[in-house]
Design a binder for this molecule. Structure first.
Ligand SMILES: NC(=O)c1ccc[n+]([C@@H]2O[C@H](COP(=O)([O-])OP(=O)(O)OC[C@H]3O[C@@H](n4cnc5c(N)ncnc54)[C@H](O)[C@@H]3O)[C@@H](O)[C@H]2O)c1
Length: 410
């Protein structure tokens, strides 16, 4: 297999998560260039992957202004900065691995799909869940008819209370205008999995949800704007920032808060940055709970719930078919199958995920599959075309939620 060389655009969390593949499998992937405006991140990334000085750029604009310097580009910038680099990279002849959401604008998702089709380049969207052994196993069971013909799918995304506060109240994805609404930012994975399993086109969609808890209205009396300013509720509030960030952990999500992972460095970042803010006094506007109802061609129905108020951080799913049902819990990696007429349910073994990679092995799987595609092997499970369908479902769900209506998908 030919080694694939890559230019990484955005050396943040995701850029690093995918580039790490090259450390484990240096014969398959070579990170040869980076574009990242934060100098500290860029230099750290360049040092880690041995990137030459002339291949380090302050932004994607500069990196894509020079002649092609790798086989492929990983687009790992924030949601509103995906379309231009992805389209430009394909024009220059790069294959592209693009972070989800494809874009936070419907017309741009359509434009990306068109650009991928017209350029003939590979474009893979990082719907990492499709590449996990867990969801591959479920898809295999469905395709082999283990539950007969699917009638309905029920998926619950338990975001986890502190994860929700970190990413969607204090963090990058708190403002739908700046990044994306929740249904795109977090739940495009879920609608993608549902659409993949349903195996048909979604025809009707409706949705409800709102931001009710993390608002100024619920701010306790006397709570300051920042937890580090002596909050009187620090013993009782589960969102008190030191409980989440000053507890000895130096991995995610603490490494998002600061590059200085000493207790003093973290405390300073909490005082000065967004992650120390009172969760009831932030500039957040994304929903903290949402439900979506869907109907697919052929009559399969599905329901999806996203909730920020959960102790667990997991996705739980139930697939009900004419001959049986599948129940699954991603975090526990448990799948059970109950075929009607059989005595009880049975556990379905799930192959182990590659160690050391996030999203149940999905971060590994998407890169591995992309390398195979670049070598002319395998199927593009999350091509621009396949991903466009689930993105359009997200936009329709958001329209339905805001308009309190049911949307017919075109
Ligand atoms: N597939 C998944 O499961 C998954 C999980 C989390 C996040 N994401 C998505 O990944 C993307 C990146 O998220 P993240 O958590 O890595 O964010 P991040 O903020 O950690 O990283 C983004 C990086 O882009 C850099 N950047 C800004 N302007 C740039 C420019 N002009 N050129 C190049 N780089 C630039 C930023 O400085 C930052 O380092 C987002 O779109 C997010 O929604 C996907």
């Amino acid at each position: 297999m030919k080694k694939v060389s890559v230019l990484v655009l955005g050396a943040g969390s995701r850029g690093n998560a995918y580039a790490a593949y090259s450390e484990r499998f240096p014969e398959e992937l070579d990170i040869v260039a980076v574009a990242e405006p934060v100098r500290e991140r860029r230099e750290k990334f360049a040092g880690r992957y041995g990137i030459k000085g002339e291949n380090c750029f302050p932004g994607w604009e500069e990196a894509l202004a020079v002649p092609k310097l790798a086989d492929a580009v990983f687009v790992c910038t924030l949601d509103g900065m995906h379309t231009m680099p992805a389209v430009k990279a394909m024009e220059l002849g790069y294959d592209v691995m693009l972070e989800k959401p494809m874009s936070n604008k419907e017309e741009e998702c359509i434009a990306i799909e068109r650009a991928a089709r017209e350029s003939g380049r590979i474009l893979t969207v990082c719907h990492v869940l499709r590449y996990t052994p867990f969801f591959r196993k479920i898809k295999g069971l469905v395709d082999e008819g283990a539950v007969g013909k699917i009638q309905t799918i029920d998926l619950i995304e338990n975001v986890g209370y502190w994860h929700y506060a970190h990413s969607f109240v204090r963090g990058n994805w708190r403002d739908a205008e700046e990044t994306s609404p929740m249904i795109l930012a977090k739940s495009c994975h879920d609608l993608d999995i549902i659409s993949w399993l349903a195996g048909e086109r979604c025809e009707w969609i409706s949705s409800f949800g709102s931001l009710t808890h993390f608002t100024e209205r619920n701010k306790p009396e006397g709570a300051p704007g920042n937890c580090m300013e002596g909050c009187p509720c620090q013993d009782t509030c589960v969102y008190y920032a030191p409980k989440i960030y000053l507890n000895g952990n130096t991995g995610w999500p603490v490494d998002v808060v600061t590059g200085d992972l000493t207790p003093e460095g973290i405390a300073e970042a909490l005082r000065e940055g967004p992650y120390g803010r009172c969760v009831y006094g932030c500039d957040n506007n994304v929903v903290d709970h949402q439900v979506v109802a869907m109907e697919f061609a052929g009559g399969v129905t599905a329901s999806f719930t996203m909730c920020g108020f959960t102790a667990q951080m997991t996705r739980k799913m139930k697939i009900m078919g004419t001959q049986g049902e599948i129940m699954a819990d991603l975090e526990k990696t448990v799948i059970s199958l109950h075929r009607f007429g059989e005595d009880g349910e049975r556990a379905v073994p799930v192959p182990p995920a590659e160690d050391g990679f996030g999203h149940g092995g999905g971060d590994f799987g998407v890169v591995q599959n992309f390398i195979r595609l670049a070598n002319g092997e395998g199927d593009n499970l999350t091509s621009a075309r396949a991903s466009l369908q689930s993105h359009l479902m997200c936009f329709a769900a958001e329209k339905a939620r805001i308009g309190h209506c049911t949307v017919r998908m075109g």
